[in-house]
Design a binder for this molecule. Structure first.
Ligand code: HEM
Ligand SMILES: Nc1nc2c(c(=O)[nH]1)N[C@H]1C(S)=C(S)[C@@H](COP(=O)(O)O)O[C@H]1N2
Ligand SMILES: [Mo]
Length: 384
C-alpha cells in the first residue's frame, strides 16, 4: 500500500495514539475548565459568584491554564505525527457514522492548533489581532471541546482495548471498529518515543513556568515574563505612557471621586487619602497571560471608603481610570470583593509610592482577582 510505505515507522500505531490521546484529553480538560473559569470571573453571569478567598486561587488556576496549554504543544505535534497515516485511510468514508467522525477532525485538529497558537501568541503579547483574541479563543474552545467529545466517543473502545492489553495484533483477522493504524512498535521503542515526548513537554514547562513560580525563574529562559523584573521589582503590562496617563493627570489636580448610589459623594485629594487609616496586604498580580508576582501593598480599604461615603454594605462598584481608552480602563468590583478588607485602593508598593507604571497615584489591588481587574490610575469609584 502506497500510504503504508510513506509512513514506514512502527510508531504509527494505535497504542501510541491512544496514550498520547489520553494525555491530551487530560490536558485539554484542565485547559477548558480553567479557561472557562477565567471567563466567568471576568464576565460573571447572575448565578456565578467568585470568592475573594483564597487570595491566590486565580493565580493558580490561570497559571495552570497557560502551563498546561504550553505543555500540550509537543503532545499535539507527536499525536498528529503518530496518526498521520489515518488521515489518508481508504476508503475515505465507510458510512454515515464514520463520515461524521471524520468531519469532526477538522474542528478538532484546526481548533486545537488555533488554541495552542493563539494562546501562546497572547502570552507573548504578540497580537496580530487585538481584542478579538479572547473572543476567538473562547469560541474556538467550545468548538474544539465539542469535537473532542465526539472523537473520544468514537475512539473509546479502541483506547480501552489498548489500555487493558486486549488490542489484537494488527495482522489478526478481526479488528475493532475504527482501527486505522497498522504500526506495531516494540515496547522499548514506544517507551523511548513517548518518554522523549514527555521530556520535551517537561522542558517546555520548566522553560516557562518560572513566570509564575518564582523559584524557577532562573531556568525559565523561554518565559515571556520574569516576575521579578520591572519597576519596584514587579512586571508591567501596560505602561502609563502606553495608557496615555501623563504626569499632569496625576499631579496636584488629581482627585478620587466616590459617586453613584452613595449617601455622601466624596472628592478626595491624594493627601486626604493618605490621611485615612491605611492597611497593608501582600497580594499577587495574577495576569490572565499566566505570569504572576506578589507585592506588599498599602492603602485605603475600599470598604472603608464606601462606608465613609455612606454606601450600602453590599454595594457593587465600578472603578474608572484616568486612562481614557482601552479595555481595562474600568473594572467591576463585586460585593464579595468590595467587602473583603484586603481589597485596597493602594497608594504604596513595597513601602514606596506606586511607580507611575504601577498605577500612581492610586490603584486597586484585591485578593483573588485577575490582573486585568486590578485597575490602575483609579480616579472614580462609582457605586452601582
Ligand atoms: C498553549 C495553549 C494555551 C495558552 C497559552 C492559552 C492562553 C490563554 C490566555 C492567556 C487566556 C486569557 C485570555 C484573556 O482573558 O485575555 C486564555 C483564556 C481561555 N482559554 Fe486558553 N490557552 C491555551 C489553550 C487553551 C485550550 C486548549 C483551551 C480549551 C480546550 C483553552 C480555553 C480557554 C478559555 C475557554 C479561555 C477563556 C476565554 C475568555 O475569557 O473569554 N485554552 N487562554
Ligand atoms: N487602567 C488600567 N489598569 C490596568 C491595566 C490597564 O491596561 N489599564 N492592565 C491590567 C493588567 S492586564 C494587569 S496584569 C495589571 C498589571 O499591573 P502592574 O502593571 O502593576 O504589574 O494591571 C491591570 N490594570
Ligand atoms: Mo494582565
Amino acid at each position: 500500500m502506497a500510504v503504508a510505505e510513506r509512513y514506514s515507522s512502527d510508531l504509527h500505531e494505535t497504542r501510541s495514539a491512544a496514550l498520547l490521546g489520553l494525555a491530551l484529553g487530560v490536558a485539554f480538560t484542565i485547559c477548558f475548565a480553567t479557561g472557562l473559569l477565567s471567563h466567568l470571573v471576568q464576565h460573571p453571569p447572575g448565578w456565578f459568584t467568585w470568592p475573594s478567598r483564597p487570595a491566590g486561587l486565580y493565580r493558580v488556576t490561570q497559571g495552570l491554564h497557560v502551563a498546561t496549554g504550553l505543555a500540550s504543544i509537543p503532545l499535539l505535534v507527536a499525536k498528529l505525527w503518530v496518526v498521520a497515516p489515518a488521515f489518508w485511510t481508504t476508503p475515505p468514508v465507510r458510512n454515515v457514522t464514520h463520515a461524521v467522525e471524520r468531519a469532526m477532525l477538522f474542528p478538532l485538529v484546526g481548533g486545537s492548533a488555533f488554541l495552542l497558537v493563539s494562546g501562546t501568541f497572547n502570552t507573548f503579547q504578540f497580537y496580530p489581532w487585538d481584542f478579538f483574541f479572547t473572543r476567538a479563543h473562547y469560541g474556538v474552545a467550545w468548538i474544539t471541546v465539542g469535537a473532542l467529545v465526539v472523537h473520544i466517543a468514537a475512539k473509546a473502545a479502541l483506547t480501552r482495548a489498548t489500555v487493558t492489553g486486549r488490542l489484537p495484533d494488527p495482522d489478526a483477522e478481526a479488528q475493532p471498529v475504527g482501527r486505522e493504524l497498522v504500526g506495531r512498535a516494540e515496547p522499548t521503542e514506544r517507551r523511548r518515543f513517548l518518554g522523549g515526548v514527555a521530556a520535551v513537554s517537561g522542558v517546555v514547562t520548566l522553560a516557562t513556568v518560572g513566570q509564575t513560580l518564582r523559584p524557577l525563574r532562573a531556568v525559565s529562559v523561554l518565559a515571556p515574563r520574569d516576575p521579578a523584573v520591572g519597576p519596584q521589582g514587579l512586571p508591567v503590562n501596560k505602561t502609563a505612557r502606553a495608557a496615555r496617563v501623563t504626569p499632569e493627570l496625576t499631579g496636584d489636580d488629581y482627585r478620587l471621586r466616590v459617586t453613584g448610589r452613595v449617601g455622601r459623594p466624596l472628592e478626595l485629594t491624594l493627601a486626604e487619602l493618605a490621611a485615612l487609616p491605611q492597611r497593608t496586604a501582600t497580594l499577587p498580580i495574577a495576569c490572565v497571560e499566566g505570569w504572576s508576582a506578589s507585592g506588599t501593598w498599602r492603602g485605603v480599604p475600599l470598604r472603608d471608603l464606601l462606608e465613609l461615603a455612606d454606601a450600602a454594605p453590599d454595594a457593587e462598584v465600578q472603578l474608572e481610570s484616568l486612562q481614557t481608552g482601552g479595555l481595562y480602563r474600568r473594572s467591576i468590583v463585586s460585593a464579595t470583593h468590595a467587602a473583603d478588607r484586603d481589597t485596597l485602593l493602594a497608594l504604596t508598593l513595597g513601602g514606596e509610592p506606586l511607580h507611575l507604571d504601577h498605577g500612581y497615584p492610586l490603584r486597586l489591588i484585591g485578593p483573588n482577582r485577575p490582573g486585568v481587574m486590578q485597575t490602575k490610575w483609579v480616579t472614580e469609584v462609582r457605586v452601582l
